[in-house]
Design a protein around this ligand. Structure first.
Ligand code: HEM
Length: 498
């Protein structure tokens, strides 16, 4: 298929097929919307691949190599069909499952890979700690952690904000999931989980190619899984030793039980703890980084947000009830998650043969749906590649048109916690410092294991709160993902830096 930078990402509708892509014409394979290419193009650069399929074929398409097809379903109608019918569309987890009775197998048995009654039972239990009244108790701790992060920040520093947000979210996620009293062990579980997620991705190219396994790397993955599981078990033992204390998620899960009084077993707790960490940490860190980047690149919005925040919060971290008084903050977050959704696609598989659009799918096919493609449909969002928070004053997209946390019975259970974390962090940071992307910085975004994150860091200059907001010309494939402007004064300098 084409390179990520080919074609115009901002053209919206169906751009002509690129000359290097061999696409089916009705005469050689009927009217089916199929592109023949390399299946590896998808995990290598999911957004470029999906965009090309969408531009060529519209809302339903397949990528085929040697008779094997990946199916792609885009837009609200297909999203609803795929996401609201968990009997016909099962989860297909990104990680490698590992041998029976291995740590790798137990770690990949969390909610995200569950289906049917098992999923329903576990979800009912795991949902408990994520109910509004439970997560609200974390508000003060989140404010404290964001203040703590800012302690070392000074005007004049150049900081890699992505690295800052990743470390900060390791701290936040480990504390919320495992408690504030075992910080070292909790943080170590977080670091090991992060490494384990990356190894799963690198090894299996997002589980798309089980045959691409390199035996030595596979052994390393299993060893990493053993080490991670050992630490989670240690934490479970510590929490079991004080069964009535602790409002961390793990303690709440240990105390929780289903309608029949059955509790989660250690094996179930291992799977749920691993997936909760993996699902929470980088998605939130990426969203925070992208939002700070988009704000820094849009000075007018940046100033308006600063005014809203300081008007209500007067420089302090927000209290729970104040979060309801910050409408622009919510619009900024929505718009950031629309333009650069941390979760950019996900996948399902069909346990039985079925029809989807014009295709007849054999059982076990892989079906991809995509937030990124749906969020950038011109029919749903005017100028979809532009960051325009004010659009949220007038639009109210359906849950299948705007779905940063997906939708239906497998929708993210951490959505409210994630939103509270993002709101508190942005509100605190944005009042204390101004930041500007280093002019000419190389900013790139790529999807790894379904998550869209910055791959070459996010270098920002910190400034005092009296400095004017200024956007910067930047390099990199970020220009394929969002339509940015930069000041006239930097236009001439642009070619020098490149
Ligand atoms: C900005 C941050 C986040 C984003 C963008 C996000 C996005 C998503 C999406 C799109 C899904 C559905 C995946 C699918 O259907 O294949 C999902 C599922 C899930 N998320 Fe999140 N998530 C975020 C934060 C969190 C947090 C903070 C937690 C928990 C601490 C969490 C826990 C989960 C779990 C357990 C599932 C699986 C639910 C199920 O299968 O029933 N997520 N998330």
């Amino acid at each position: 298929m084409n390179s990520p930078t080919s074609g115009c990402p901002f053209s919206g509708g169906n751009t002509p097929a690129s000359p290097v892509t061999k696409s089916c014409s009705p005469s050689d394979c009927g009217p089916l919307p199929v592109t023949h290419g390399n299946l590896l193009d998808f995990p290598r650069d999911p957004i470029a691949c999906m965009r090309e399929l969408y531009n060529q074929h519209g809302n339903i398409a397949a990528l085929e190599q040697d008779g094997t097809r990946l199916y792609f379903a885009f837009g609200p109608q297909y999203n609803q069909q795929v996401l609201s019918d968990p009997k016909s569309f099962h989860s297909r987890f990104f990680a490698i499952r590992g041998p029976k009775n291995s740590a790798q197998r137990r770690l990949t048995c969390g909610l995200l890979s569950m289906n049917g009654e098992d999923h329903k039972r576990n979800r009912r239990i795991v949902m408990g700690p994520f109910q509004k009244r439970s997560i609200e108790t974390y508000c003060g701790s989140l404010a404290g952690l964001s203040e703590q992060m800012l302690e070392g920040w000074r005007p004049g520093q150049v900081r890699n904000i992505f690295s800052d947000m990743t470390h900060y979210m390791l701290r936040v996620t480990s504390s919320i999931l495992f408690g504030f009293d075992q910080t070292e062990l909790a943080y170590s579980i977080g670091e090991k989980t992060e490494r384990w997620v990356r190894m799963n991705h690198d090894l299996g190219m997002g589980s798309m190619l089980p045959n691409a396994r390199n035996p030595a790397e596979y052994e390393q993955l299993l060893t990493q899984a053993d080490a991670l599981e050992a630490e989670i078990l240690k934490m479970i033992a510590l929490r079991r030793a004080s069964p009535t204390e602790g409002n961390d998620v793990l303690s709440l899960l240990i105390r929780a039980h289903d309608d029949d009084g059955a509790k989660l077993t250690d094996n179930e707790l291992i799977g749920q703890a691993a997936i909760l960490f993996a699902a929470a940490h980088l998605t939130t860190a990426n969203t925070l980084t992208w939002t700070l980047f988009l704000l820094a690149q849009h000075p007018k919005v940046a100033q308006e947000l600063f005014d809203e925040l300081t008007g209500v919060l007067h420089g302090e971290a927000p209290k729970l009830e104040q979060l309801e008084q910050l409408p622009l903050l919510d619009r900024v977050i929505n718009e950031s998650m629309r333009v650069l959704p941390a979760s950019s696609y996900s996948q399902r598989t069909n346990p039985e043969p079925m029809d989807l659009g014009p295709f007849h799918l054999p059982a076990g096919s892989m079906i991809v749906f995509s937030q990124f493609i749906t969020h950038h449909m011109e029919s749903l969002f005017d100028q979809p590649y532009r960051f325009m928070p004010q659009r949220w004053k007038t639009i109210e997209p359906s849950p299948y048109a705007f779905m940063p946390f997906a939708a239906g019975p497998k929708m993210c259970i951490g959505a409210s916690l994630a939103m509270m974390t993002i709101r508190i962090t942005l509100a605190t940071v944005w009042q204390r410092v101004r930041m500007s992307v280093i002019p000419g910085a190389n900013i790139n975004g790529l999807v790894t294991s379904t998550m869209l994150g910055p791959t070459t860091g996010m270098p920002m200059l910190l400034m005092g709160t009296k400095s004017p907001y200024t956007n910067s010309w930047v390099r990199g494939n970020i220009h394929d993902l969002v339509q940015l402007d930069w000041p006239e004064s930097q236009r001439a300098g642009k070619s020098n830096v490149a």
